[in-house]
Design a protein around this ligand. Structure first.
Ligand code: URA
Ligand code: SF4
Length: 226
């Protein structure tokens, strides 16, 4: 399946999903949306009131700030793909429970595989925990990191946090201005990994053909002896 078809398939499944208790109180599930060709995946926490009402990610006050943040580097939401760790609104915007995050994780796994982004921007603690378990947002925000599975991760504070704590606003803008350079670095690292594995594959192929030639020699010798 092409990535666009797989993303549409995931969205359909999310809209019909009843895998966790959050299904019961949702108005709309929020699968995520954006540019299916983007190299940048933004992962928030979970839908809020306005997201639940509309079925779209980051369309409330935190979303307005996110639009401003992207605008500061000349990007628009159509340049990236945006989704959340849980696709249905936790009541009263409480934190998602570990069981809910676990129940929902397979959808985000599939979205990641379909998009194959060069960089994942985590927004908030719950998203950070998925990619960098044990990392502290206060020490990793605004820097390019590598997840245990090799993904390139750019952790940020959640935009909603800046709505309550004004001092975080400057931090968010400062961090986001580092994103284009982090994307360039992530792409370069991916290319270097690819080149290294091509080199390793070429070396392995050369070794295999040496073995094959040696085996041929042995077989030839055996053949000639009979
Ligand atoms: N906060 C989130 O984490 N996600 C949204 O989609 C909206 C607000
Ligand atoms: Fe399904 Fe995820 Fe919604 Fe739970 S939060 S019902 S797992 S889509």
């Amino acid at each position: 399946m092409g990535s666009e078809a797989e993303l549409a398939q995931v969205a359909d499944e999310v809209r019909a999903c009843t895998r966790c208790p959050l299904a019961a109180r949702r108005t709309h599930a929020v699968p995520g949306e954006g540019n299916v060709l983007s190299d940048v995946l933004l992962v928030g926490e979970g839908p809020g009131a306005r997201e639940d009402a509309t079925g779209r990610p980051f369309v409330g006050p935190a979303g307005q700030l996110l639009d401003e943040l992207l605008g500061a580097i000349g990007w628009q939401r159509g340049d990236v793909f945006i989704t959340n760790v849980v696709k249905c609104r936790p009541p009263g915007n409480r934190d998602p429970e570990p069981e809910e995050t676990a129940a929902c994780a397979g959808y985000l796994d599939r979205q990641e595989r379909a998009l194959d982004p060069a960089i994942v921007v985590t927004l908030g603690r719950h998203s950070l925990r998925r990619y960098l378990p044990g990392a502290r947002i206060s020490s990793v925000h605004g820097s390019l990191r590598r997840s245990p599975t090799g993904q390139h991760v750019f952790p940020m504070y959640h935009p909603a946090a800046a709505l309550h704590q004004a001092s975080l606003r400057d931090t968010l803008f400062h961090d986001l201005r580092g994103l284009p350079a982090a994307l360039v670095a992530a792409r370069a690292a991916i290319e270097a990994d690819r080149a290294a594995s091509t080199e390793a594959a070429t070396a392995a192929a050369a070794a295999a053909s040496t073995v094959a030639a040696a085996t041929d020699d042995v077989q030839m010798t055996l053949f000639q002896e009979h």
